[in-house]
Design a protein around this ligand. Structure first.
Ligand code: SAH
Length: 445
């Protein structure tokens, strides 16, 4: 990412460069059917001065000045020109001053997502190439590859590429386009990934729920190369089969890599319960770590089948692994009624609250499973509990867990706080990027 600090968030609100009445001039000229006037802040060479622009309402530039990359529809005063979805537009404050280059989407509540804060930038192939190369260089600098051959190469907004996710599983890349900007540059992005990573296949999984909110239909399939019959990822020496085409998300949950490894270090001689196990990520680490037994529960039969395959792939003792296809909410109650007890429990549910609007309902669900989890733990047992809900803050999550422990009648300590692995960075100006939060709790002995 560019190191240019010229427009740091602390830059005071600039003097109007375009004149107080810039907004009015745009509106008036539109009404009169005349070409829109150019703002006084002239775009530099390389950016056609006729570039369409989003003009913000007065006082609605604050989050942009703090470099938050989303422009919500409520902040937009008017559109200068006639951009199509995915086109790059200039974002200007009410006085006409340049704020950012952004990808426009008239069909989303998020009218535009920022590509660049620098007026000199030209959003195109060279720009995208640099951004993706920067993202790769960051992973290299963080030595992510030391943990294996899987990593998130591009993590959307936090890598300066709003809406773009790229995961690498060995020599297969999976890309997910979640907004109009990357959608517009789909072919270019695929070419750049091919050049920079030379994968045997680039597979597209543009089927996230978020696409609907962006007015984009779902699309999946091979974009470059040929999908091998079997895709595998090696993580801290463990082999995992990845169903790139039909698995969840892009096929695997790379974000939990380090947390799974931590679980493995504490599993020896314990009876482990892994809820929402997917393809057995935490289970495999626990088995390798010397767990006495591992019960893994998920509602997806396909995921459990891959989990079983993964045990075999790694030569682990299948007799210690029990797989159960069930709704975790019901299964936990049954285990409680059977008076089953465990020494280590993992709760890694799906996103209950995609946004804060779902927080209340989601809180009840989190409290329910965690209360049951606490009840199933033996004294001195460990609970690894997670939320990947963007709508649940770290503070709220901790509060929910505290309530669950209280109602379960257990005394518990937080022994570690967990987040996503470093190939899922969080841009400081984009706190929404910090979706995954986890607590490791030890109940009193
Ligand atoms: N811990 C896993 C990832 C979990 S993803 C890993 O490390 O790879 C969440 C999982 O919850 C998915 O596999 C999904 O199939 C499962 N799931 C969602 N709702 C469920 C429910 N009510 N009961 C059981 N499993 C559920």
């Amino acid at each position: 990412m560019s190191k240019d600090k010229a427009r740091s968030p602390s830059t005071p609100h600039r003097q109007s460069q375009g004149g107080k009445d810039f907004r009015k001039r745009v509106q008036r000229s539109k009404e009169a059917g005349a070409p829109a006037p150019q703002p006084a802040s002239k775009p530099r060479a390389g950016n056609p001065s006729a570039r369409p622009a989003i003009i913000l309402k007065a006082e609605r530039d604050k989050s942009l000045l703090r470099r938050h990359p989303w422009i919500f529809s409520g902040a937009v005063d008017c559109i200068d020109g006639a951009p199509a979805g995915g086109d790059t537009v200039a974002v200007r404050d009410a006085a006409g001053s340049f704020l950012a280059w952004a990808a426009y989407n008239p069909d989303s509540q998020i009218t535009a997502r920022v590509w660049s804060w620098h007026e000199k930038d030209v959003v195109g192939e060279a720009f995208l190439h640099q951004r993706i190369a920067d993202a790769l260089a960051a992973r290299h600098a963080l030595a992510i590859a030391q943990a294996g051959n899987g990593m998130r190469i591009v993590h959307g907004e936090s890598d300066g590429l709003p809406g773009l996710i790229v995961d690498k599983y060995g020599d297969v890349l999976v890309m997910q386009l979640g907004s109009a900007g990357p959608e517009r540059w789909r072919e270019t992005i695929a070419d750049i990934l091919q050049t920079l990573c030379a994968p045997v296949c680039i597979y597209e999984r543009s089927d996230s729920d978020g696409r609907e909110l962006e007015g984009l239909s779902k699309r999946c399939g091979v974009v470059r190369g040929k999908l091998p019959e079997q895709v595998e990822v090696i993580e801290n020496g463990l082999r995992f089969a990845v169903d790139v085409a039909a698995g969840q998300k892009t096929g695997y949950y790379l974000d939990q890599r380090d947390n799974r490894a931590f679980t493995g270090t504490l599993a020896a001689d314990r009876d482990v319960l892994n809820c929402f196990c997917y393809t057995g990520g935490f289970s495999l680490y626990a088995l390798r770590g010397g767990a006495k037994s591992v019960l893994s529960i998920d509602s997806s039969q396909e995921a459990l089948q891959i989990g079983r395959t993964n045990v075999g792939l790694n030569g682990l003792d299948a007799s210690k692994a029990e797989w159960q296809c069930a709704d975790v909410f019901d299964a936990l109650r049954k285990l409680r009624d059977q008076n089953r007890k465990f020494d280590l429990i993992v709760l890694d549910p799906p996103k209950f609250a995609p946004t804060a609007a779902f927080a209340e309902k989601a809180s009840r669900a989190y409290k329910d499973i965690n209360l049951l989890g606490f009840k199933l733990l033996r004294p001195g047992g460990l609970l690894f509990t997670y939320s990947c809900s963007g709508g649940i803050s770290d503070e709220l999550f901790q509060k929910i867990i505290a309530g669950a422990a209280l109602d379960a009648g257990v005394e518990a300590q937080i022994v570690k706080k967990l987040h996503a692995a470093p190939d899922h960075p969080v841009l400081l100006s984009f706190p929404e990027g910090a979706y995954l939060k986890g607590l490791v709790l030890r109940v009193a002995g």
